[in-house]
Design a binder for this molecule. Structure first.
Ligand SMILES: O=C(O)[C@H](O)COP(=O)(O)O
Length: 331
């Protein structure tokens, strides 16, 4: 198999939505009967000019969180790899192929939600792939705060305006969900769809391990972990870290390798150390971000596990508030 590596830009244009030109939207044939076709409208802005987080979604008056008053000097960061997918079950290389969760994966996402049900979540970042989005939404069904996660549609000015929420109170009871292709699983190139065991038998276990776990070596015509990190870690630094710095608690529901690249950054792992880093499906990992540093706190075992709440006074106080609120509804 040829092992030419494509330039990151070339791969980027495959896995990414090319910079969205609203005018394309108008030109592309709409599979909607003529009578429902939207009036021709002139859209100036392109998606890239639309902020990642819909400013007015958070509140019509407040600007973006990191520009507004700092909520706290610490924030919780939850990372979770999607639950088992149908191609995980078949042991197929998946990469950027958009497959859903299995029944077991749905259960894993719900179980993960129970483990983090007392940890505050103000923003959710996920990838543009359904298995990560399903995991985020299913996990949040278990959250005790009962806020509604809403996927933001900023892909065009029209998508943004048509999905606007006009009640500030409703917005306060919602959690913005930002789907970013930069958090997609690494693009596995010519391995996508191949069986992992058969591929190892054909090319050798060592070669497949290098493709799967090394930092620098890409799969044939795919992304190396390093190339995946260039987009995922850049996105984390540009869009997620500022929210944490402003005191917003964040959950990232993504993929085995896009999260490996982020954890390598958070834990300052070497390219040697990251080769042994493996993430199970549907297992949440907790970090506390404080004074510019990330402190790893492991995987919350259960909603009442003392450990998680012993880490910071703020998490303990949040849980006490949830306990008091649920007690009040019982009274
Ligand atoms: O893309 C895939 O096949 C899986 O999500 C991750 O695969 P890996 O564990 O082989 O990197």
């Amino acid at each position: 198999m040829a092992t030419t590596t494509m330039s990151h830009q070339a791969i980027g244009s495959i896995v990414s939505h090319r910079p969205f030109k609203a005018s394309q939207f108008l030109k592309e044939p709409l599979n909607v009967p003529m009578k429902f076709r939207p009036k021709r409208f002139k859209i100036e802005a392109t998606a890239s000019q639309i902020s990642v987080i819909d400013n007015t979604f958070l509140s019509p008056t407040k600007s973006r969180p990191q520009e507004s008053k700092k909520k706290s000097n610490e924030a919780a960061l939850i990372l979770i790899r999607h639950g088992e997918s149908l191609w995980n079950e078949k042991n197929l290389f998946t990469g950027c192929v958009d497959v859903p969760l299995t029944h077991k994966g749905v259960g894993e996402a719900i179980e993960a939600g129970k483990k983090i049900s007392n940890i505050p979540v103000d923003l959710i970042f996920t990838s543009s792939l359904i298995r990560a989005q399903m995991t985020a939404m299913l996990a949040m069904t278990q959250h005790r705060r009962k806020k509604v996660p809403i996927i933001l549609h900023n892909e065009s000015v029209k998508a943004k305006t048509w999905s606007h929420v006009f009640s500030e109170e409703t917005r306060k009871q919602s959690i913005p969900v930002i789907a970013a292709w930069q958090l997609n699983e690494r693009m596995y190139g010519e391995l996508q769809g191949l069986n992992k065991k058969e591929t190892a038998e054909r090319y050798g276990t060592q070669q497949v391990h290098e493709w799967r776990r090394s930092y620098e070596i890409p799969p044939p015509k795919g992304e190396s972990l390093e190339m995946c990190a260039e987009r995922a870690v850049a996105y984390f630094e540009d869009n997620i870290k500022p929210e944490l710095a402003s005191g917003n608690n964040v959950m990232i529901a993504a993929h085995g390798n896009s999260l490996r690249s982020i954890i390598m950054y958070l834990d300052d792992l070497t390219s040697q150390e990251v080769t042994t880093l493996d993430l199970s499906t549907g297992v949440p990992l907790l970090y506390i971000f404080k004074e510019g540093k990330f402190m790893k706190r492991g995987s919350p075992v259960g909603p009442t596990e003392a450990g998680v709440y012993a880490y910071t006074k703020r998490l303990a106080q949040y849980r006490e508030k949830l306990d008091a609120a649920s007690q009040a509804t019982l009274d």
